[in-house]
Design a protein around this ligand. Sequence first.
Ligand code: AMP
Ligand code: MG
Length: 328
Amino acid sequence: MKRILAGILLLTLLLSGCAQAEPHRAELFAMDTLMELTVWGEESALDSVKTELRRLDALFSVTDERSEIYALNRDGHAALSEDVAALLRDAVSLSEQTGGAFDPTVYPLVLAWGFTTDTQTVPADAVLENALSHVGTEHLHFSGDTLTLDAGTMLDLGAIAKGYAAEQCAKLLREQGVTAALLSLGGNVQAVGEKPDGSAWVIGIADPNEPSSAIARLEFYGEKALVTSGGYQRYFEQDGTRYHHILDPETGFPAESELASVTVIADSGTRADAYATALFVMGLEQAVDFWRTQGDFEAVFILSDGTLYATEDAASLLRGCEFGVISR
Ligand code: AMP
Ligand code: MG
């Protein structure tokens, strides 16, 4: 009898152990993308992530008339909230670091191409030239908590906001004692802690030619941010040519190179997001030079012909495909 009772107790413990290990999941649409959240722990932790994502979306949105960024673009100046001030500080320094390949003042160009409107079109030369004259972080003037923009300059944090949001949510989860979570915000993935069953995080990298399937996967343990930028994520076609949404702030045109996508792996979601956009703009050769001098991220490059290249440490995490290794 004792044995049976002990058996039942063990079974109950095992079952309740399994129940505890089941994560809470949620989907939400924010920052113009579908987000999938998986959190092991209290359901309230998942709720707090949803609230935080909606709060940040409402601050950073470039199209929501109630957002702080919208007000800045409309009025040309504003007193900054803590989050907007923090993200803009990072954005300006990442823009300088990437030689302007990532540029948070790209919005006049985004508007000229119509990427945030219903009608996308190739802009006339004069329109592009005018938009280009307002692009550059030298048009931003910080004074204490206040930011003033030169006339015609407008902000777009779309290339960095999801990474920042993921990083902030990871912090929030850690503060609440959550030891494992996976936040997938469109092309941005943030892993928090270790999976409770001890297995690796496995994240697919989209095939640029067929984005709903994975061309390869990255397997790793512990905290990391993984961000992919690619021309396949948003584009329109005109007269048989495809124009995508990642713009070269030098030319005003969609960045053109042999790259179809760049995936960046880093400790910081904000940095990973800005770098992924910047490396895509730079093209493979310049991106590799940047990686060699920078040393605070790893990357996987997919070329338009389907060839893959991975930086040394990314190569050790890459599975399910053939690839070339880029050494230091
Ligand atoms: P991502 O998907 O992170 O590469 O961000 C792309 C989005 O950021 C675009 O939809 C634009 O809103 C904006 N963007 C486009 N080109 C740039 C650029 N060179 N630097 C910063 N933001 C950009
Ligand atoms: Mg980005």
